[in-house]
Design a protein around this ligand. Structure first.
Ligand SMILES: [Zn+2]
Length: 174
């Protein structure tokens, strides 16, 4: 198997289709459809690195797409929208993790992982509840106290019963 060559694109090489879908040509055979194998934010979080495989020649290449092309809106339960910000997500996670063993690095990794998933899905809008679920999925394995705290905010617990339900849910899924 030949070693895959890394080909760098910038956002200018991404030609928008009428539908708003991104069109990328294979650098080897010029085929237009490629499969995304992996998406992640670069270390500086300024762009999304994607490993792609051409659907025609099966050769692999890497694209770097600038994150600023992804202006994500968060849809709140009231239906209003606000721009996604890393700071707000990190604040929410940090508050839930206060006085636990969760480190600042853990929180950074968690936020990066959530952003990587959002970038991979390439959506323009995300429900705040779906964003919360992405965090909860990761907090559950990281720290149970932080998980329940975060759930209490995101799922807007109204009573002690809501807490107990969530704790039981957590126990069952252990
Ligand atoms: Zn190809």
């Amino acid at each position: 198997m030949p070693k895959p060559r890394a080909v760098q694109y910038n956002s200018l090489s991404v030609c928008p289709e009428p539908k708003g879908k991104k069109l990328l040509y294979c650098p080897f055979c010029n085929h237009k459809d490629s499969r995304v194998l992996e998406s992640r934010l670069t270390a500086e979080n300024s762009s999304v690195r994607r490993r792609r495989e051409c659907e025609a020649c099966l050769k692999r290449f890497t694209t770097y797409e600038r994150a600023e092309t992804i202006q994500l809106l968060v849809i709140k339960s009231s239906g209003s929208r606000e721009p996604y910000t890393k700071e707000k997500l990190r604040d929410g996670v940090s508050r839930a993790c206060a006085k636990t063993m969760v480190t600042a690095e853990d929180i950074d990794n968690l936020v990066d992982s959530v952003e990587g998933e959002l970038a991979g899905a390439a959506k323009r809008e995300v429900m705040s509840s779906a964003l919360g679920d992405l965090v909860l999925l990761r907090l559950r394995t990281l720290n149970e106290v932080a998980y329940v705290r975060f759930a209490s905010v995101y799922k807007a617990f109204q009573s002690i019963e809501d807490f107990i339900d969530e704790l039981n849910h957590l126990k069952v899924n252990r």
